[in-house]
Design a protein around this ligand. Structure first.
Ligand SMILES: O=C(O)c1ccccc1NCC(=O)[C@H](O)[C@H](O)COP(=O)(O)O
Length: 275
């Protein structure tokens, strides 16, 4: 039976076919020389106070429908950066998430913060496209890729100076992800079959991520308490969409996430008050 992910990827492939026909790969590659080198997000993510927040520009989703209009993604991105986001995720999938590469362009023009192109990557063309539009990171969803293609896309991202966020939903996918030697592994709490969010997916899998690899907790952060739960489970970063795009004050919301994470780390330190 076709899953939600299959449906999304079917649309992604059709849209990709149209873009590739309009701009063949060799022409797209020709544009790379004019783009500033990719930023390395890892120092900012590893060195973040409390937790690294990856703040997402997300207009709609298959699970929730319309979330926010976001007429000026660049302005939202500036608030994210001012709040202390370590990276900004821009959903570029058009049909279900109402995103676009134009959003990526606008956000790139607005901030110097590392940018993640958040899409359903199934073809090398999309990775090149991400870089040509100024992205510094790409998402690789293990459930959407076989091992050979996943490795090719991961290698390609590295060759372009980019960093991959490799996303998993269960232990078997985590094993496949770790075989790549990734810098960033995301555990997504959203089940791609039911679209339900279960934070236990994150709290169970994050502790299995080895030291040296940053674990990113994705989906289901509704407020600081969720961030604290994920940080206690070992998250070095949290990726947050809905809660930020629906918050009238995203800058303050990000600061509250960071403060909640810092409080967890302060109480976890040896000799902290109360121990
Ligand atoms: O958000 C969805 O409904 C969704 C459905 C199917 C595949 C992916 C989906 N979301 C992508 C994401 O990973 C989230 O946008 C991201 O983790 C942020 O989640 P949230 O903070 O819960 O908006």
């Amino acid at each position: 039976m076709a899953t939600v992910l299959d449906g999304i990827i079917g649309g992604v492939r059709e849209d990709l076919g149209r873009r590739r026909a309009a701009l063949p790969l060799t022409e797209l590659e020709g544009r790379l020389a004019a783009v500033a080198p990719a930023l390395d997000p890892m120092p900012g993510i590893r060195g973040a106070e409390g937790v690294a927040v990856i703040a997402e520009v997300k207009r709609s989703s298959p699970s929730k429908g319309a979330l926010a209009d976001i007429p000026e993604p660049g302005l939202l991105a500036r608030s994210y950066a001012a709040g202390g986001a370590s990276a900004i995720s821009v959903l570029t999938e058009e049909r279900r998430f109402s995103g676009s590469l134009a959003d990526l362009d606008e956000v790139r023009a607005a901030v110097r913060t590392p940018l993640l192109r958040k899409d359903f990557m199934v073809d090398a063309y999309q990775v090149t496209e991400a870089r040509a539009h100024g992205a510094d990171l790409v998402l690789l969803i293990v459930a959407a890729l076989d091992d050979a293609l996943m490795r090719d896309l991961h290698d390609q991202a590295r060759e372009l100076g980019m960093t991959a966020l490799v996303e998993v939903h269960d232990a078997a996918e985590l094993e496949r992800a770790l075989a790549l030697g990734p810098a960033l592994v995301g555990v997504n709490a959203r089940n791609l079959k039911t679209l339900e969010v279960d934070p236990r997916t994150v709290t169970e899998l994050l502790p299995r991520i080895p030291d040296g690899v940053v674990g990113v907790a994705e989906s289901g952060v509704t407020g600081p308490a969720d961030v604290a739960t994920y940080v206690r489970a070992g998250a070095g970063a949290v990726l947050v969409g809905e809660a930020l795009v629906k918050d009238g004050a995203p800058e303050a919301a990000i600061r509250a996430f960071i403060d909640a994470a810092s409080a967890v780390r302060a109480t976890a330190r040896p000799g902290a008050a109360g121990e």
